[in-house]
Design a protein around this ligand. Structure first.
Ligand code: PGA
Length: 249
């Protein structure tokens, strides 16, 4: 059985004070939910206060990005070791906004994933096609290329520790969720990629989250897809009640 994961990606929202307030309100709403793992990914600056506010709860804290080296003259970057020392246990890698606006490539996704694993973090590695790629019938091509460049180079032991997220770019922040069938099809395709590279056992245990306009009213249909193991939630994760409704779907 694969334990579902619900991860909130706050993107560039919430100050440290707002992060603490969110956790204060959110924690009681999910306190009795033990069938899933729950992760909140605030901006770097709010990580320490979020870690404090989540202590003793069933909520883990993650970061939204990481650099692949341990330390050095890399202005503005944060290493996986630093994130782990600050109390993070998860990190999002290769989000489409990082790819689109900040030059993230499959190669950097791979290096960041390895660095995260070396520091004991669980990376949530994102893949997904853009609208024009879907419309051109390129979805499977894009997914297999991102998988090959960002993930296939991991060892089986490393791969067993990661979580994947399928995030069709056209569904992110647009209110245009993939239908459960579209998501299910992409998840199946990704699971097949895992099977051919890492074998059947890893394929069965690998968790693949869906992300893109997940809301309380569409999570149930998505979770009914057999290859879909949870969600990476952007906009709806900013509201404690909405995220709790998703977790407790
Ligand atoms: P959204 O974002 O839920 O606001 O569409 C999802 C994501 O980018 O991870």
């Amino acid at each position: 059985m694969r334990k579902p994961v619900f991860a909130g990606n706050w993107k560039m929202f919430k100050t440290p004070t707002e992060a603490a307030g969110f956790l204060h309100d959110f924690a009681p709403l999910v306190a009795s939910s033990n069938r899933s793992e729950i992760v909140i990914c605030p901006p770097f600056i709010a990580v320490p206060i979020a870690v404090d506010a989540a202590r003793g709860s069933n909520i883990a804290i993650g970061a939204q990005d990481v650099f692949w080296l341990k330390e050095g003259a890399y202005t503005g970057e944060v290493s996986a070791t630093m994130l782990a020392a600050a109390g993070c246990s998860w990190v999002i890698v290769g989000h489409s906004e990082r790819r689109q606006y900040f030059g993230e490539t499959d190669e950097s996704v791979f290096k960041k994933t390895v660095a995260a694993l070396d520091a004991g973090l669980t990376p949530i590695v994102c893949v997904g096609e853009r609208l024009e790629e879907r419309e051109a019938g390129m979805t499977e091509n894009v997914l297999s290329t991102q998988f090959a460049g960002g993930l296939a180079g991991l060892t089986p032991d490393q791969f067993a520790k990661i979580v994947m997220a399928y995030e069709p770019v056209w569904a992110i922040g647009t209110g245009r969720t993939a239908t459960p069938e579209i998501a299910g099809e992409a998840h199946r395709f990704l699971r097949d990629q895992v099977r051919s590279r890492f074998g059947d056992q890893t394929c069965q245990s690998c968790r693949i989250l869906y992300g893109g306009s997940v809301k309380p009213d569409n999570i149930k249909g998505l979770m009914a897809q057999p290859d879909l193991d949870g969600a990476l939630v952007g906009g709806a994760s900013l509201d404690p009640a909405a995220l709790a409704a998703i977790v407790n779907f």
